[in-house]
Design a protein around this ligand. Structure first.
Ligand code: FAD
Length: 285
């Protein structure tokens, strides 16, 4: 099913993300985690493409298995900046053959130790190829605090508008830990006449190492209250896990109470985290 139709039909949606393994020996473990998350019957699931330490070669297979064997609508990601047009077209063809109806169109990070392949500069460049490759519902990324490389948030918003106008059906935000950033962003999104649904991306922080890495990669601001939790519970993994889930749950409840309809949880291959968040929201969603 197309995600834009799910978003249109349901009042509030909850979706989860998984990422592929780095090596083949970890593949079965990822499938098992995905199976447990799929068992929670989220509105859809996404699988990243070479992000979060995993590699891209397993993305299509993981997406296919979750959608056809586990019955959950999938959103496989696809990045372009390090790829050739030939490879990207091949991937779009594989997604289509596998019955995918949705693709998350991303630029990907500029490789630190190598040069981009030059066929693509921005996620926007990828959208025409996806459209040419099939009748896909297309997602795009957005950044409430501004993309780290953007000259200003105003420039970033203009680029986001270009991306949406090129054919993006919905947007998912980078993680944020302060809902005010999201509310401010949404005001600017609507001012810019961007009218597609925007899914709020929530990352439950369940260990200090993960938090430091995620924040380093994304440049996301850390509110004082949030930092205090991490610092205080850093050496007590169980306490930090519970506190991270409660913090994320509170963020989600506050978003829903402000009329935000679509929540995407960066569940990071952790079924227990997805389960606990969903359970906390039983009477809310
Ligand atoms: P773009 O939309 O292309 O934007 C990148 C930068 O270029 C921005 O600063 C923007 O303002 C600027 N820009 C855009 N268009 C123009 C233009 N026409 N002229 C001038 N400047 C322009 N990475 C992965 O490797 N795999 C994943 O699976 C993955 N999933 C993600 C999911 C989400 C929800 C998010 C938020 C990020 C994800 N990322 C993933 C990370 C992403 O690839 C990086 O953040 C990357 O740096 C930017 O990707 P983008 O698609 O947002 O890029």
């Amino acid at each position: 099913m197309k995600i834009k139709d799910i978003l249109a039909q349901k009042d509030v949606t909850l979706s989860f993300e998984v990422f592929p393994p780095k090596t083949s020996d970890k593949f079965d473990g990822v499938i098992k985690a995905a199976e447990e998350i799929a068992g929670l019957k989220p509105d859809f699931m996404s699988v990243t493409y070479g992000a979060g330490g995993g590699t891209s070669e397993y993305t299509a297979d993981i997406a296919r298995r979750i959608e056809s064997d586990m019955g959950v609508t999938m959103l496989p990601h696809l990045t372009c900046v390090s790829s050739t047009r030939e490879h990207v077209k091949k991937m779009i063809g594989i997604y289509k053959e596998n019955g995918m109806e949705n693709i998350m169109a991303l630029r990907g990070d500029i490789p630190k130790d190598g040069t981009p392949a030059h066929d693509y500069h921005y996620a926007t460049d990828l959208i025409a190829d996806i459209k040419e490759g099939g009748d896909f519902c297309i997602g795009g990324a957005c950044y409430p605090e501004g993309h780290p490389e953007a000259a200003s948030r105003t420039e970033d918003m203009k680029n986001l508008k270009r991306k949406v106008d090129a054919g993006v059906d919905f947007l998912t935000t980078q993680m944020f830990f302060d809902n005010e950033e999201f509310f401010d962003f949404m005001y600017r999104v609507r001012e810019a006449d961007i009218n597609v649904p925007v899914l709020a991306g929530i990352m439950p922080i369940t260990n200090a190492k993960q938090m430091k890495r995620s924040i380093e990669m994304s440049g996301t601001k850390t509110p004082r209250r949030f930092l205090q939790i991490i610092d205080y519970f850093e050496d007590r993994p169980d306490a930090l896990r519970d506190a991270g889930i409660i913090y994320a749950t509170e963020q989600i409840i506050d978003l829903i109470a402000h009329g935000v309809k679509n929540i995407h949880v960066y569940s990071m291959n952790k079924p227990d985290v997805a389960r606990d968040i969903q359970k906390n929201l039983t009477n809310i969603i």
